[in-house]
Ligand binder design. Structure first.
Ligand code: EAX
Length: 324
């Protein structure tokens, strides 16, 4: 009697733990710098919903928007270590981890959105993603930030001359810093979490970001001028810790990849929408918006291109430019 009761108890305990295992849920921490309703937030909530659906809830994303886990460089370090599972980030600091990404940060490299998307979705973009695992990271997909424009508190930037001596916050990205130096500005690298206050207090005169980022962070509320310089396309990346990726079953890996594809569509759609509607929002708030002759700015980066050709290979740069 006693023995069979023990056996029944064992069976019950065993059954319980088996059902626990079946329902076990892994919660993955994902961080980013923009708000939950931004082009990054929409990408990650879509990604989270798709993963939950495709894995029957075995994987759940926990969202940390608006820099809650730190700046992009800090978060990348955490993803590399595995104390954070995922990040959606601009390529800003990524070149410090995977140097091969720097080539896509070159100004005036991409003609337009269609060109950039085609290159990143094609073999050139996919070859860059293949460089991540050697650094303890898995870049599951390109994402998008948009073409970057200069905002400032002093005057409209109409020609590169207007940038002379201006303190412009850039990302912690040497390719971008070289471009701003070539255009005569004083590039001041800083993580995104500090930008709003730096603009508000005048620590820097201006900054540069795409419309979706200017909107999400309400940067126009602390800047008088937005000049549509479109000086560089700013890609983003969805990156996971490699240890996490290696533990996923083949089926789960496929689910994550499919989820990322759907997230990318949502991300690009939001960038398109912000591009279509954002300037009106910014103007309505009283910020003056001006267009520029892009060719003047392109010419002003010529000395930086000498360095880019040396660092990233003239032929490699041409290969990207030649994608039609
Ligand atoms: O990733 O730091 C930046 O200016 C980025 O464009 C922003 O954090 C979005």
């Amino acid at each position: 009697m006693k023995v069979s009761r023990l056996a029944a108890h064992l069976v019950a305990v065993l059954g319980f733990s088996i059902s626990l295992a079946a329902n076990a849920q892994t919660v993955l921490k994902v961080g980013w710098t923009n708000t939950i309703d931004s082009h990054y937030g929409i990408a990650m909530t879509t990604f989270g919903d798709e993963i939950a659906k495709r894995t029957n809830g075995r994987y759940k994303l926990q969202y940390f928007p608006a820099g809650a886990l730190g700046g992009e460089r800090e978060m990348l370090e955490a993803v590399q270590l595995g104390t954070q599972d995922l990040i959606i980030t601009s390529t800003g600091p990524v070149g410090n981890f995977v140097a091969e990404t720097r080539i896509v940060d070159i100004p005036f490299l991409f003609r337009d959105y269609a060109h950039a998307r085609k290159v990143l979705d094609g073999p050139i973009g996919q070859d860059i993603l293949a460089k991540f695992p050697a650094k303890g990271l898995v870049a599951i997909s390109w994402m998008e930030n948009g073409f970057r424009h200069v905002t400032n508190s002093k005057k409209p930037i109409v020609t590169p001359e207007d940038l002379k001596g201006m303190k412009i916050r850039t990302m912690e990205n040497k390719v971008h810093m070289e471009a701003f130096k070539a255009m005569g500005a004083l590039p001041t690298p800083m993580n995104m979490n500090e930008v709003f206050t730096a603009l508000q207090t005048g620590t820097v005169d201006g900054q540069e970001n795409p419309i979706p980022v200017i909107l999400a962070n309400k940067l126009y509320t602390v800047q008088k001028y937005l000049s549509l310089t479109s000086h560089v396309y700013s890609p983003a990346l969805l990156i996971l810790n490699k240890g996490l990726w290696d533990k996923l079953s083949a089926a789960d890996k496929a689910s994550f990849q499919e989820a990322a594809k759907i997230a990318l569509v949502a991300n690009r759609k939001k960038v398109n929408d912000d591009e279509a509607n954002g300037i009106a929002v910014i103007e309505k708030a009283g910020t003056l918006v001006n267009k520029v002759d892009l060719s003047l700015f392109q010419k002003a980066t010529a000395s930086a291109y000498v360095q880019y050709n040396k660092d990233y290979g003239e032929a490699n740069i041409k290969k990207i430019q030649d994608v039609k």
